[in-house]
Design a binder for this molecule. Structure first.
Ligand code: ATP
Length: 240
């Protein structure tokens, strides 16, 4: 069914103990889109991504990927289904080399020729990683670690990539470079992207649609251009 969204959340709630972090999130992502989730600190953006991956358990609502209920599926099984998260803070393996870190992303694949091809493709996207392929991941700069985290996720051949604050802590030029690559991954490899970003301006500029979160609820959803034109959004999130 081509009209079926790739990912769909309906009324998803999540709690940390007695604190309700998500108060009923409804959102969908169609194949091929780049969708942004924007909002202030603590709005529930990261929790939304973690709930999709079952790192945080949804306490209510429905969560489907490719039409399948994924609420009970373990986080580490999702990459095999093409659903990969690049978590905030990147979490690469600091003692493993760049090449070994990339291989970890393909741990479940048996098509060795395909894995090698994908590694070469990651090195094409990120020549910096190729130069440093024998270097321990922990010695990379922040931007390079972000590249490695994205590269590692690509090694699983994702259909849907969840990106949590890819620009966090990066110099503006490096962040810009990362976003360019994310666009390339979407356009050339057809990878669908759900992006969480503090930097709403840059996120919306590269997105098809966006959702605005406030204290655990979606308060607005629209085409990215419309959000960029919205006076209230500009004032609240785009620093005007
Ligand atoms: P940020 O950009 O600051 O990461 P966010 O929009 O991603 O913000 P979340 O991290 O999802 O927001 O947090 C949503 C709410 O849940 C916040 O009120 C936060 O304090 C709370 N929260 C997040 N993680 C935990 C946790 N491990 N234990 C308890 N409360 C938490």
């Amino acid at each position: 069914d081509s009209t079926q969204p790739l990912l769909e959340l309906k009324d998803v709630t999540a709690h940390y103990g007695r604190i309700q972090a998500l108060k009923g999130i409804t959102l969908s992502v169609a194949a091929g889109e780049i969708v942004s989730i924007i909002g202030a600190n603590g709005a529930g953006k990261s929790t939304t991504l973690m709930t999709i991956c079952n790192i945080v358990k949804a306490s209510g609502g429905t969560l489907t990927y490719q039409g399948k209920d994924i609420r009970g599926i373990n986080a580490d099984k999702l990459p095999m289904m093409g659903l990969c998260q690049v978590p905030e803070g990147r979490r690469i393996f600091p003692r493993l080399s760049v090449a070994e870190n990339l291989d970890m992303g393909a741990f479940f694949r048996r098509d060795h020729a395909g894995v090698k091809k994908d590694r070469d493709h990651v090195f094409e996207l990120f020549p910096r990683l190729k130069e440093r392929r024998h270097q321990p991941g922990g010695t990379l700069s922040g931007g390079e670690q972000q590249m490695l985290a994205i590269g590692r996720a690509l090694m699983a051949r994702p259909k849907l990539l969840l990106l949590d604050e890819p620009s966090l802590g990066l110099a503006p030029l490096i962040a810009k470079h990362i976003f360019e690559i994310v666009k390339t991954i979407n356009r050339e490899a057809g990878v669908t992207i759900l992006l969480v970003e503090q930097n709403a301006n840059i996120a919306l500029k590269m997105s098809t649609r966006g959702y605005v979160l406030e204290t655990g609820s979606v308060v607005l959803e629209d085409k990215a251009e419309a959000l960029l034109d919205n006076a209230e959004i500009r004032k609240a999130y785009l620093g005007e």
